[in-house]
Design a protein around this ligand. Structure first.
Ligand code: AMP
Length: 315
């Protein structure tokens, strides 16, 4: 499929949250978070986004204004009068790859029944970001003929809604998971075997996120390893996975192309966006990030992982 210059829009459903987060670098209270918020903002660097979710009337208007200012269509966001927004509280110790959950309050997400506006039902690129897999399925059923469907999840749903999650996996083209979650869901200790087991459940392509150690793409029999970026300052890893996935699908939609070379580049763009996001708390770094910075870091990623072809004479 040839590359085009007209970006398709991406439909994203997932948590929209207020987070309390503590890391060795500091803490934030009631900060903008949620898988859909992180991934929508990341995707919006490449493509228009339609976000689907629900918030309570405690969700500050300035957060909705921020999303709207980023070429994100918020007409699929419901605000429930008298309702409370989804809340997550967690902390990280010096192993920044492990999020310790202190509290998850589904609040308005507990009774959410997404009704996609007609304009959203024709979405071509769909990202089912982390949320109850039953909601992910609800949204997927309402999209008429998507070109590419992608899902993400986390241990909370692997433990609590395993069957629904397996049903989601049957219906998506690409699944994102971090390494521990892939092992947990499949019972395979080897990440490679876990990825293959996930592929057998449905998705042709599986992307394993390894936190600050990069990411692996398994597509059919093709493998690709994206390096990690040697960041000097990490403030808050929250949302890195969502930002990675959002950058990935935003780039694929922009290119309107799902061939393997595009997917490989998308993994690098996702890594680039995630590496910026962890430099500050909440989505703060995304507010100042520029396309020039994204381009420069993409080039750095290429430089740090480039090596020469095998020297036949020396082996
Ligand atoms: P991550 O990219 O995995 O660091 O995602 C962090 C975001 O996930 C936080 O902003 C939380 O609000 C959100 N989150 C935490 N737990 C859940 C959950 N069980 N379902 C959906 N979103 C969640």
């Amino acid at each position: 499929m040839p590359e085009t210059n007209s970006p398709s829009s991406v439909l994203i459903v997932g948590s929209m949250a207020l987070d309390n987060v503590r890391t060795p670098a500091g803490n934030v209270t009631d900060a903008l978070g949620g898988a859909a918020d992180y991934s929508s903002v990341a995707a919006s660097f490449f493509s228009p986004v339609q976000i689907v979710g629900v918030v309570g009337d405690d969700f500050p208007q300035e957060h909705l204004d921020f999303l709207a200012s980023r070429n994100i269509d918020i007409s699929g966001v419901q605000t429930i009068a008298g309702g409370k927004t989804f809340r997550w509280a967690g902390y990280y110790d010096f192993d920044l790859n492990i999020a310790h959950t202190l509290d998850t309050q589904l609040n308005v997400f507990a009774d959410f029944q997404p009704q996609l506006p007609a304009s959203h039902q024709n979405a071509e690129y769909v990202f089912l970001a982390n949320i109850d897999p039953e909601l992910q399925l609800d949204v997927l059923k309402q999209v008429k003929s998507p070109k590419l469907t992608v899902c993400d999840t986390m241990n909370f749903w692997i433990e609590g809604k395993r069957d629904a999650l397996i049903e989601v996996l049957k219906h998506v083209d690409i699944a994102f998971m971090n390494d521990a979650e892939a092992r947990q869901l499949t019972g395979k200790l080897s990440v490679v075997k876990a990825a293959k087991a996930l592929q057998e459940l449905g998705p042709k392509t599986v992307i394993i996120k390894k936190g600050e150690h990069g990411a692996l793409l398994f597509s059919g029999n093709d493998h690709f390893a994206a390096p990690s970026y040697p960041l000097e300052d990490i403030a808050d890893p929250t949302g890195a996975g969502d930002t990675f996935a959002g950058g990935f699908i935003g780039y694929v939609a922009q290119q309107n192309n799902t061939d393997i070379q595009t997917l490989r580049k998308a993994v690098v763009y996702g890594s680039v966006l995630a590496s910026f996001n962890v430099e500050d708390f909440s989505l703060n770094r995304m507010r100042t990030l520029t396309h020039a910075e994204i381009g420069a870091r993409y080039r750095e990623f290429r430089n740090i992982s480039f090596f020469e072809a095998l020297d036949e004479a020396s082996v």
